[in-house]
Write a protein that binds this ligand. Sequence first.
Ligand code: ADP
Ligand code: ZN
Length: 215
Amino acid sequence: MKVMLLGAPGAGKGTVAKLLTALDGSVQISTGDILRAEVRAGSELGKDAKRYMDAGDLVPDSVIMGMMEKRLQEPDCQKGFLLDGFPRTIPQAEELKKLMARINIDLDMVVNIDVPRDVILDRLCTRRTCSNPDCQAIYNVKSNPTKVEGICDKCGSPVIQRDDETEEAISHRLETYNEKTAPLIGFYEKEGKFQNIPCTSSDDVVNAIKEKLGL
Ligand code: ADP
Ligand code: ZN
C-alpha cells in the first residue's frame, strides 16, 4: 500500500504505520526517525536539524525534500510505504506532488488520524521512548507502561522522555502543527483519496484503513 498518514504529534501515526507494515511488507518512512538517525550519526544534516527539533520547530523544507527525494527512490519503497510525519507543510506537499509525478508514484490513500486535543496533550506528556536506537519502542506511563519501571520490555535499555517532549516543547509543537500542518487536510481533501478517521484506538484506525483499501 502507498498511504500517507496525517495527524497531530501524538495522534499515533508511528504506531499505526508500524501495524500497517506488518500487513503487506510496506515500509514505514518516518521523517522524524530518519532525522533522529542523522542526529545520532553526527552528520552535517543531523547537526543542522537538531536545533530545530529540540525546540519543537520544523526542519526547513529544503532539507526534508532533499532527504525524501532520495528515500522514496530506494528499492524497498516499491512494495509500498507509509508516510509518517511527511509532508508537514503546504510547500512540502506541493513539492511532493511534483516529485511523485516525476518518479511515477501514486498514493492509494491519504489518512487523517483525528484525535481530540486533550487526548493528544495527555499522550505526549506521558510518552516514553526506548533509548536504544535499534529498538525505539514507544511506551506510555499511564496506558502502556514498561513491566519494569524505566526499562524497555523488548531490549532492556532505559526508556526516556525525548528532548522535544518537555511540556514547553510540546505546546510549541502543537502550535506549529495547527499553523503549518493542519492546512494539509484542506489540501488533500481537494486532491481526493482523502479519508478522515476519528481516532478511537490505533487498532481501530488500522481496521478502518484495511477496510477502505479492501485488504
Ligand atoms: P512527532 O510526530 O511526534 O512530532 P516526529 O518524530 O515526526 O515527531 O518529528 C520530530 C521532529 O522532527 C519534529 O518536531 C520536527 O522538528 C522534525 N520533523 C519531522 N518530520 C518533519 C517534516 N516533514 N518537516 C519538517 N520537520 C520535520
Ligand atoms: Zn528497547
